[in-house]
Each structure stands twice: as C-alpha cells, then as structure tokens.
Write a protein that binds this ligand. Structure first.
Ligand code: NAD
Ligand code: ZN
Length: 257
C-alpha cells in the first residue's frame, strides 16, 4: 500500500495540508492517541500499544463492576502515565492554528487533557478526561490523583459517602459517548476534517471524520499506520503527527511551535 495518497514527499504533503487548511472555511481536527505518543503516552493499537500488553476488557463497564480493584489498578497505572505528560509540538500546532482562526475546534478521543494544556480552547473530549473521577451512583466529583493514591498506597477501591463506586470520568467500552451529538453537529458544519493519530476504528468516535466527508467536506488523515478510511480521504500522510503539524504551522508562515 502506498504510504501517501494525494502527495508524494513529506514536504509536498505538509504544503498540501497547509494549502487546503488555508482555504477552508470551518476546519476541525479529530485526534486520537497517536498525537500524544510523542508526549510519552502509549496508544492502544499502534506498534507499542497498550492492547499488546493488556486485555481491552479492562476498559469495559462490566469489568469495572465485576472486579473494581483490578479495574482501578489498571486506571491508577494509566493515570500515573498521563499525569506528568506535557503537550508536544503536535498539540501546540493545533492550538496555534485555532488561535490564528484556521481551526474551529478539536474533537479528541484522548483522555489526557493535553489539547487544553497546549492552549486549545474549543476542545470536545469525546471520551472524557482521566484527571477527574466521579461517583458512579450520585455523580459527585473528586480528583483521580486522590483515588489513585488510595489504590496504590492502601490497596483500597475508592468509595463515595453514598456507598457508590468512584470511577474515572472517562467513557468505558459499553458506555454511551455523551458528547457525540455535539461533536457530530460541529462535524456536519465543517468543510475539512484533519484526522491525526487515530486508527479510526473506535465507534461512534470514528463516525466524526466520516460525517465531514458525508456532508461534502474534505478529509485529511495523518497517521503512522493505515486506517479503514484511507481510501475515502483526500490526502493521506503516513508520518509522525508532531513533525507534520509543526511543518504545517511553519508552511503557513506562523513560525515555530
Ligand atoms: P489507537 O491506539 O486505536 O490508534 C492510534 C493510532 O495512532 C495508530 O494507528 C498509530 O499508528 C498512530 N500513531 C501512533 N503514534 C503516532 C505518531 N507519533 N504520529 C502519527 N500517528 C501515530 O487510538 P485511537 O484511534 O485514539 O482510539 C482508541 C482509544 O484510545 C480512544 O478511545 C482513546 O480514549 C484511547 N486512548 C487515549 C490515550 C490518551 O488519552 N493519550 C492513550 C491511549 C488510548
Ligand atoms: Zn455517590
């Protein structure tokens, strides 16, 4: 399979993205775990993805209810991996593009909060944010840091005063994606989707880039590995997210990120 569709060299691809972005009216970015690997956070399905070491069942609602302790050990470990992470040039590039009026929003599948940390203002976190946790019964909120400490230091499962299980404020498999409709509306009004670092296999999230295409917009995919939407995309660039996005900012004359 060709490494690129719609452009031939890395330089040409970056220039093509800059040119399409520069002439779009309402562009959105759709990001996945791959935009954060350069911040030291492993993805799920990439070459060194988490699902090569762990069973994806650990991120299901049924596993949480069945074995809350093992569930929390997995999430405490994920929290610790994400807590100290800093945004990379890929996140910063998207924030800069938004600041310059070239990007309307970032719709992300990530739970690491790095887009906001990089300065992006309109961020839809489809799968929530791991930094906070909430009671599964009454919804009362507390910092995940506190819960992770309880699990690590005392081997205890965090419980609410109401008796409910405290769980990370992320969307687990088997749970509805609450922000999906809002994201879909933004997508349907967009004329360009820049999909970065996503295997485009997790639904309903992956329906977002499809919706932009279905509404007559363009789709650009920047991802290290092939995706099921490559053949429908206007441009496919199989390179690292950070160098490509930093290159786009540079090609638009907006300096370094
Ligand atoms: P995924 O793991 O399915 O796919 C990530 C893709 O990114 C892979 O195809 C991989 O080839 C590519 N990739 C890895 N590093 C890259 C880089 N530097 N440049 C370009 N591409 C790169 O992840 P997904 O599509 O986001 O979907 C899976 C789920 O993973 C989401 O539900 C999300 O909540 C969760 N997740 C989030 C984080 C995070 O918050 N950082 C980390 C792991 C998983
Ligand atoms: Zn409660």
């Amino acid at each position: 399979m060709a490494d690129r569709i719609g452009c031939s060299s890395s330089t040409e691809c970056v220039e093509r993205i800059a040119s399409i972005l520069g002439s779009s009216r309402d562009a959105v970015a759709f990001t996945g775990a791959g935009i954060s690997t350069d911040s030291g956070i492993p993805d799920f399905r990439g070459r060194q993805g988490l699902w090569k070491r762990f069973d994806p069942r650990m991120a299901t609602r049924s596993f949480m209810l069945e074995d809350p302790r093992a569930f929390w050990e997995f999430y405490a470990m994920r929290f610790e991996a994400l807590a100290g992470a800093e945004p990379n040039p890929g996140h910063r590039a998207l924030a800069r593009l938004e600041g310059e009026g070239l990007l309307a929003a970032v719709i992300t599948q990530n739970i690491d909060g790095l887009h906001a940390k990089a300065g992006s203002r309109r961020v839809i976190e489809l799968h929530g944010n791991i930094m906070t946790s909430r009671c599964d019964d009454c919804g009362s909120v507390r910092p995940t840091e506190e819960c992770a400490r309880l699990v690590r230091e005392r081997g205890e499962v965090p419980r609410c005063v109401c008796g409910g299980l405290i769980r990370p404020s992320v969307v687990l498999f088997e749970e509805p994606v609450g922000m999906f409709e809002a994201a879909l509306r933004i997508a349907q009004e967009s004329d360009l989707c820049l999909a970065v670092g996503s295997s485009l296999t997790v639904y309903p999230a992956a329906a977002i880039p499809e919706a932009v295409k279905a509404a007559g917009g363009k789709l650009i995919i920047v991802n290290a590995d092939p995706t099921p939407l490559d053949q429908r995309a206007d441009l496919v660039v199989r390179d690292g997210a950070s160098p490509v996005l930093a290159g786009v900012v540079r090609a638009l004359g907006l300096g370094e990120v």
